[in-house]
Write a protein that binds this ligand. Structure first.
Ligand SMILES: C[S@@+](CC[C@H](N)C(=O)[O-])C[C@H]1O[C@@H](n2cnc3c(N)ncnc32)[C@H](O)[C@@H]1O
Length: 238
């Protein structure tokens, strides 16, 4: 696979009609506001804690190949590259050309040569588009995708047996943090995310050795597990 390439182009609507035209029509968050995503996504105060914890629990090693499903503007990439080094490789997939353009800018600015940007719908793409990876993650993505079970299968089938997968996503804040529910629900609604999707349950059903953690009063849920060997192969559970 070519490094730092950007291919495929699912039609999200609104592309090629100019930024003002898109703003005046019904806005699609990951097209209309892609250029503002990093500034508006509350990454530093809220969501970075989840991506860091999930990536830590992936237990990456130098040379690993990693799939970042729904990579957005590429906020995970530097954390991944710090662990996998120059001999590793990131396949960063997203269905929004506008978000991928921001990711491509980041890759170019940082001079990263071991990142492949892939424009594809996670719920329909054939995982044979890349060699099976050692690890995969989705941060704040599966709750956005209507057919999240199919997107989960893409992660599962695109990762080698014994590889690790992380799902980091959102739910209502719990306990004394419940006072922030209206804010969390509003943020999820404007970003097209279903706060009641609980997509980490897909991981819990299919993986072994599952690690669970939470951040920000339970609003951010982190699950990381290991892909079991297919049944009937040596080392698989009965
Ligand atoms: C909330 S953003 C998260 C971006 C990034 N993972 C992060 O942590 O900042 C959700 C991302 O999912 C992408 N997305 C939505 N539906 C998708 C699909 N069916 N296939 C691939 N990506 C999708 C959007 O384009 C957007 O970039």
């Amino acid at each position: 696979m070519r490094p730092s390439s950007f291919f495929g182009s699912p039609d999200h609507g609104g592309e090629g009609q100019g930024r003002l035209g898109r703003l005046l029509r019904r806005p699609e968050p990951y097209t209309t506001f892609a250029f503002l995503y990093d500034a508006l996504s509350l990454d530093w105060p809220v969501y970075a804690s989840g991506r860091r914890a999930g990536i830590e629990a992936l237990r990456l090693a130098p040379g690993d190949r990693v799939l970042d499903l729904g990579c957005g503007t590429g906020l995970n990439v530097r954390h991944l590259l710090r662990r996998i080094g120059p001999t590793g490789h990131v396949v960063a997939l997203d269905s929004s050309p506008a978000m991928l353009r921001q990711a491509a800018r980041r890759v170019r600015r940082r001079g990263w040569t071991n990142v492949t940007l892939l424009c594809a719908d996670a719920s329909t793409v054939d995982p044979a588009a890349w060699e099976p990876v050692d690890a995969a993650l989705s941060t704040y993505v599966l709750s956005v995708i209507p057919d999240r079970a199919a997107a989960w299968q893409t992660m599962l089938r695109g990762t080698r047996a014994g590889g690790r997968i992380a799902v980091i996503d959102m739910q209502d804040p719990q306990g004394r943090w419940a006072v922030l529910r209206p804010l969390a629900r509003w943020l999820c609604a404007v970003s097209g995310s279903d706060i009641h999707a609980y997509p980490w349950r897909l991981l819990e059903a299919d993986l072994i050795d599952v690690h669970s953690a939470a951040r920000r009063g339970g609003h951010i849920q982190i699950r990381v597990g290991t892909v079991p060997a297919p049944s009937g192969t040596i080392g698989s559970s009965p």
